[in-house]
Design a binder for this molecule. Structure first.
Ligand SMILES: [Zn+2]
Length: 359
């Protein structure tokens, strides 16, 4: 990427995303087809040409949850009546440089949950936007760069970041180390344009708290999983304790989060359970099942439906970036980039002691 022009924000984002591709290289060999998604990678291909039935934009806050139906499981399903994430909403921005430009569609429940949680952060800690990467295609189904994201219930959300002075730094897919620090390397071959950033723990926590609290209050969509690196999980929970966040929310978040083999140190991958209505119309939940979920289904008098294992072709899984492609795209890397990647390998291999990878 050394020939990439600098000075425009688009170039900056595009080069930052090349790091994410390098990170796939670093994570390769332990690749988990279901989760090896390139959240912040900029693709060279688009599925736009195959999309013929894009739904019209709908206000997520006034849409009825009955409008959308998630069908099947996260890695094998589809969605009917999906709605589009607005390009902007209070405290929220859809990333135009997402891996798949069309992947802004999800269930009403998912889109509404994001809009509501981002609005809470915006009201309480204004000054930064939540940046949303891929959700799913208009009708769901296989999607490039992801193993799941097929049934309208998965979304990749970038962290909030701060710059060295503590001011909000526009989110990109920047991996953070166990102290919450990272670099916006921009041009990977040029050390002079590197910018030190760190994870904005208070805003990132406030977002996940709002998301979890929404469903604890019986209003929102029920989060099933947050896939994120163990050290980010630890930082968020330590902050939540210091900030005296409600115990029920902290416990729920601790229950929900785990590190997949692709470590997710530059974004949160959030997965929602089927709504009880969708469960009766073909929606299937993958694992895990929790006691509180069983209880919720009992109260709704709905039987759980487990996603069936299906033989999956490479196409079903969505096309992910190969190691060679990532290396080719990344091109030349200066010393600090390589050092960061070496360090990163240590937290990709072994998650936090005592905590296993996501099943
Ligand atoms: Zn994802």
């Amino acid at each position: 990427m050394s020939s990439t022009p600098r000075g425009s924000s688009i170039a900056a984002v595009a080069t930052a995303t090349s790091l994410s591709l390098v990170l796939i290289v670093a994570g390769a060999g332990r690749s988990d087809a279901q989760l090896a998604d390139a959240s912040s990678a900029t693709p060279r291909t688009s599925s736009a040409s195959s999309v013929t039935t894009a739904p019209r934009p709908t206000d997520p806050l006034s849409a009825s949850p009955s409008q959308s139906t998630s069908i099947g499981g996260p890695s094998s399903g589809r969605v009917e009546g999906a709605i589009a994430l607005p390009s902007t909403a209070p405290g929220l921005r859809s990333n135009p440089l997402r891996p798949n430009p069309d992947a802004i569609y999800g269930t009403v429940e998912l889109v509404r949950a994001l809009v509501r949680a981002a609005a809470v952060v915006h009201a309480e800690i204004p000054g930064a936007d939540l940046v949303i990467n891929d959700i799913g295609l208009p009708n769901g189904g296989p999607i490039p760069h992801h193993g799941s994201h097929q049934a309208g219930r998965d979304v990749d959300v970038l962290f909030y970041y701060l710059d060295a002075d503590g001011a909000p730094f526009a989110a990109k897919g920047i991996p953070v180390d166990p102290r919450g620090r990272g670099w916006d390397f921009a041009d990977l071959a040029d050390p002079r344009d590197d910018v030190r950033v760190r994870l904005d723990v208070p805003r990132t926590w406030r977002f996940v708290q709002a998301l979890v609290q929404d469903d604890l209050d019986g209003q929102g969509a029920l989060v099933q999983r947050v896939f994120v690196a163990e050290h980010v999980r630890t930082m968020l929970l330590e902050h939540a304790e210091r900030a005296r966040a409600p115990r029920a929310v902290r416990d729920r978040f601790a229950d929900l989060t785990c590190q997949p083999s692709h470590p997710h140190d530059d974004h949160l991958h959030i997965r929602f359970f089927c709504s009880t209505e969708d469960l009766q119309n073909g929606c299937e939940d993958g694992g895990p099942m929790y006691p509180w979920r069983r209880q919720q289904l009992r109260e709704a008098q709905v039987d759980p439906v487990r996603a069936r294992a299906r033989a999956r072709t490479r196409e079903d899984r969505g096309r992910t970036t190969s190691q060679r492609e990532a290396a080719t795209r990344a091109g030349e890397m200066h010393r600090r980039v390589r050092a960061f990647l070496d360090e990163r390998a240590t937290w990709s291999v072994q998650p936090h002691p005592g905590r296993p990878f996501c099943r």
